[in-house]
Design a protein around this ligand. Sequence first.
Ligand code: ATP
Length: 487
Amino acid sequence: MAHLLLIDDDPELLARQMRRVFSRPEHEVDEARTGAEGIAKAGRDAPDVIILDLRLPDRSGLEVHDAIRRIDARIPVIFVTMARKADAAIEAMKHGAYDYLVKPVDLHQLRGVIEGAIEVGRRMREPAIIPERGTDIDAEGVIVGSCPAMIEVYKAIGRVASQEVPVLITGESGTGKELVARALYQHSGRSRAPFLTLNCAAIPETLLESELFGHEKGAFTSADRRRIGKFEQCNGGTILLDEIGDMPLALQAKVLRILQDQVFERVGGNETVSTDVRLIAATHRDLRTWAADGKFRPDLYYRLGVFTIHLPPLRERGEDLELLVRYLLRRLNPQLGRDVRDVSPEAMTRLRAYPWPGNVRELQSVLKQALLQASGPLLLDQFLPDSLKEPASAPRQAGREGGPLHADLLGEFSPEDRDLYSELHRQLDRLLLPRAMEFARGSQHQAALHLGIARQTLRQKLRQLGIHPADQGPADEDDRATGAGEP
Ligand SMILES: Nc1ncnc2c1ncn2[C@@H]1O[C@H](COP(=O)(O)OP(=O)(O)OP(=O)(O)O)[C@@H](O)[C@H]1O
């Protein structure tokens, strides 16, 4: 459930729009009509997201924003404003506002921006607990695992979390890199400041620079207003750059300059902007090899790689697999209305034999599928999906020449290939989905039709790839006309 607070002296229309999209019982939309009331509610009720009118009867929206940041800088604040006042809202983003919307608010955009803000807030608050002696291993958010390689991971987090140095997290897809990044953030001196994440592989190259560094009005054809990028918006906080290996070389140079001098220029601008951001980078690539091959800037690699935390693949974690299975069953049972308390020896043998190319994320998904099949208190071998029963292929090693999409699929499979199937699908989604959205001019409805998949599936995949539909263009026609659509 997400608790949204709307601070607006004339909230009727917007509140109605919000309640249409974010309905009970999953969401609660609360209102405050003055700045003072809004600040009081922000302090008392700890809302997940605040939607704030720039003009209020008792004080300016910017003052209210500053007061909210003093209460809790992690609450994402979205400004709403008239078009002619948008410059003030853009300025607010320099002070850490999450985003702004222009009145009359477009329903599709409203949903996209608020959903993005809920997700950003969740990342900051959802605990990522390093297990120590005495930690309740059933507690929500505990990082599960006690094999020697995971103990090294915990020690590394403990050593580096409170230091103001960049950290590189490496490991195959689904091994828990984001979880470790959140643990670093939450155990750092910046844990009360914002934590923003950006997946460099999920955003088209042309948009990535502006997303990170912002742009000036007129920087390119569609730049009709200044935009504040993540590095400026997150001043004082922590940024996770996921899949940094996929960042174009030119942008790597700008990131290096931030690490060295804490300055950058917005796209199309001359003003040098200072920012104080702690950088955490993650990748499934072998950056050392990439740096040697000229695919990644060696100077950035050396700077980032000073402190590297490597997450082992699940197939190398021994008994942790069983711990994770039991942990995940306890979490998934209530979500799926099941009460499966144990795993049969045959099913556990099957789970142990499988190489888990998609690691913990794949394990979660397999257990979900199995629970949906299950009846009774025991997870039997027959409930496990067929994919676990097929002969295993070999895992892909990071840093191999070319992506799998470039491989000759009918010809040579490399002996190192283990997760070709899931890797190909991820790569395909990253290429195809942004293009389909672009072609459909931002309409998820149209894009889903072209792709031949359910709109909900498209929305879910876009979210997993870190693409916010609001970035993609105009709203769905049917959203505007009817205000309908899935929440
Ligand atoms: N050791 C662990 N204990 C509990 N949950 C875990 C553990 N490792 C991963 N998970 C869970 O598995 C899922 C995938 O983890 P996460 O997103 O951190 O992986 P990732 O390495 O960042 O993946 P990708 O590279 O694909 O982005 C998340 O739901 C995370 O909470």
